[in-house]
Design a protein around this ligand. Structure first.
Ligand code: SOE
Length: 384
């Protein structure tokens, strides 16, 4: 089997998650292709050096441009802030490397389209890290829908609620800065639930949204650390992105629904979820209970009718490859590993991965239409 060398760019939270996933993917699933974690990159030498040691990469570098050109690199894994995704992905695709890119794919639709064009030119395999779609319970929801177990779909009610932005004195992380992040809550977490909506229901035709910024100013971070946990300084800075977006959606297949996303809802830490109602049943998922899929089927006996819970295990998607007993518990790293398994399998089979850069572009289009509707107050068509 051919062996592919991985270069991971970025050593923050996502760099750590991808490092663990790439290390454990062969142990969990067997490697669809053998990989070597060859080089890890950070612009700060100490971070790069420490990460190479702690995360088990053979080498480190501070220069991603040099690394993505190297003939011994086959896969480029982009785990940097949003404003760098396009430059790295385009350079990597031009150099013929397969690209895994953290979400959101880009700062704008135009940028995402350029990334897609570059990847199409060389035919490399791409994936955007909308990791939650790989959760076995969510994949089980997809299976039930495809098998018609809840009938014809009627409505979709999706949400992604967090609370790390609720405190107005939480420092102004790069995620509140348009120049670094492109957009706010919508790009950061809204795109995950948009991905789930496309996967489970279908393409989005039109959106109508209320988009708000609740905290227009925050303390600038003290020191060089520009992250959400950093120390705050006394100086304030302007927040120029969205905090909250509430959207009505019309899907092209006639299903309608809503999506609400916020980082300002105290008590909701990382709550991505949805309810999908069909003519023969309802499915409900909430990531904070990621091992559970709640279902209600119209055909269940009347005296036992109501929501019941399927606990993820060997009978659900990917479960047979994970742990042998239902309810043992799957977690964030299991999901990141499934994501990498799917990416490597696509490379091995020379097929497109999912979600790929084409999906990423369409998600950017939906996000941009939501922001446009927030401005115009009108229904906005999503271009295809
Ligand atoms: C912050 O909102 C964040 O780290 C997102 O950027 C991730 O996509 C999400 O998975 C967890 O929260």
């Amino acid at each position: 089997m051919e062996k592919l060398n991985v270069a991971l760019i970025g050593t923050g939270f996502m760099g750590k998650a991808h490092s663990i996933a790439t290390a454990v993917v062969p142990m969990l699933f067997g490697a669809p292709v053998e990989i070597e974690r060859r080089v890890i990159v950070d612009v700060e030498e100490k971070l790069a050096k420490d990460a190479a040691k702690n995360y088990g990469f053979s080498e480190y570098s501070t220069n991603w441009r040099e690394v993505v050109e190297r003939p011994d690199i086959d896969i480029v894994d982009i785990c940097t802030p949003n404003d760098t995704h396009a430059a790295i992905a385009i350079a990597a695709a031009k150099a013929g490397k397969h690209v895994m890119c953290e979400k959101p794919m880009a700062m704008s639709v135009a940028e995402a389209e350029e990334m897609l064009a570059a990847a199409k030119k060389t035919g490399v395999v791409t994936m955007v890290s909308y990791n939650y779609r790989h959760t076995p319970a969510l994949q089980m929801a997809k299976r039930l829908i495809e098998e018609g177990r809840i009938g014809k779909l009627l409505t979709f009610r999706g949400y992604y609620l967090q609370d790390w932005g609720a405190d107005p004195m939480a420092p102004l992380s790069w995620r509140f800065n348009k120049a670094k992040a492109g957009s706010g809550t919508l790009g950061d977490i809204g795109t995950h639930v948009i991905d789930a909506a496309r996967l489970l229901v279908g393409e989005v035709d039109e959106v109508n949204s209320i988009v708000k910024t609740f905290v227009p100013e925050r303390p600038l971070p003290a020191g060089h650390f520009f992250g959400q946990r950093g120390e705050a300084s006394k100086e304030m800075g302007k927040v120029d992105v969205d905090d909250h977006a509430l959207t009505m959606i019309k899907f092209t297949n006639g299903v309608f629904g809503t999506i609400e996303v916020t980082r300002n809802a105290y008590g909701h830490h990382n709550q991505l979820g949805f309810e999908i109602v069909g003519t023969r049943g309802t499915i409900a998922f909430d990531y904070q209970r990621l091992n559970e899929l709640r279902v209600a089927f119209a055909d269940d006996p009347k005296d036992a009718f109501g929501f019941r819970t399927i606990y993820s295990g060997p009978n659900q998607p990917y479960g047979d490859l994970l742990w042998p007993v239902a309810g043992m518990g799957q977690g964030y790293i299991d999901i990141k590993s499934i994501e990498w398994y799917n990416f490597l399998k696509a490379i091995a089979e020379k097929k497109p991965a999912a979600p790929n850069f084409e999906d990423g572009v369409q998600i950017e289009r939906i996000a941009e239409a939501i922001l446009a509707s927030g401005e115009s107050g009108a229904w906005e068509k999503v271009p295809r």
